[in-house]
Design a protein around this ligand. Structure first.
Ligand code: 13P
Length: 249
């Protein structure tokens, strides 16, 4: 069965107005494969201007986080409903940087995924093991530990509206991409784990690889059977390189 191909850009806390302009000019001119989705996740201050200026209907906008609360006295937080109000369609949740630095526990990530879904946003749920966990043979237990609370909270059926991104922590921002073989093996495990709950749903969930993807290594990664695209950090800050990655999927 053919799953949607997705290339998503996670700018993290990078970029400025100049990059926003370069990005929409560059992407508006490009025609992508009809079945593919390109997603740009800039820092929150740039969501509205990107959304207003993107005219390519294969390009959607995503946020990098949401509050688990609907509204109220939560200084500094951004709600899912505000993002919906801006016509944002996706939100990255459970990124390892948020899990490590901002106390996003597996339970909190599950709550945020539930809230995103209830608000009509599509979560891009990030999971991944550390180098130590991989070396100790704990990769699969780490990935199931991160997935299980989300499945328990929202139910496997809801994964029809979830994108999962496998991002090994040791490959993020390090230049050490997982080999295509390791990435495929791990994606296959993730799909089989989801299939242990529901085989049909598992076949439908787009699984993205993230971690030092660039214009040179993306083709081999995207050619793997269970890799449906990528979540791109550093290389998404260069419009020309990012477009090459989008065209390779
Ligand atoms: P890099 O592509 O910079 O390694 O970042 C990957 C990532 O964390 C995307 O969410």
């Amino acid at each position: 069965m053919s799953r949607q191909k997705i290339v998503a850009a996670n700018w993290k806390m990078n970029g400025n107005r100049e990059l926003v302009e370069q990005m929409y000019h560059g992407l508006n001119q490009e025609s992508f494969n009809a079945e593919q989705q390109v997603i740009i996740c800039p820092p929150a201050p740039y969501l509205a201007s990107l959304q207003a200026n993107i005219s390519n209907n294969q390009v959607a906008i995503g946020a990098q986080n949401i509050s688990e609360n609907e509204k109220g006295a939560y200084t500094g937080e951004i709600s899912a409903l505000m993002l919906k109000d801006l016509q944002v369609q996706y939100v990255i949740l459970g990124h390892s940087e948020r899990r490590a630095m901002f106390h996003d526990s597996t339970e909190l990530v599950a709550e945020k995924v539930a809230y995103a879904l209830a608000s009509g946003l599509t979560p891009i749920l990030c999971i991944g093991e550390t180098l130590e966990e991989r070396e100790e043979g704990q990769t699969e237990s780490r990935l199931s530990y991160e997935l299980a609370p989300v499945i328990a909270k929202v139910g496997i059926e809801s994964f029809k509206n979830v994108v999962v991104a496998y991002e090994p922590v040791w490959a993020i921002g390090t230049g050490k991409t997982a080999s295509a073989e390791i990435a495929q093996q791990t994606h296959k495990f993730i799909r089989s784990y989801l299939a242990s709950f529901d085989a049909d749903v598992a076949q439908q969930v787009p699984l993205l690889y993230g971690g030092s993807v660039n214009a040179k290594n993306c083709e081999e990664l995207f050619a793997q059977a269970d890799i449906d695209g990528g979540l791109i950090g550093g290389a998404s800050l260069n419009v020309e390189e990012f477009k090459k990655i989008c065209l390779a999927v």
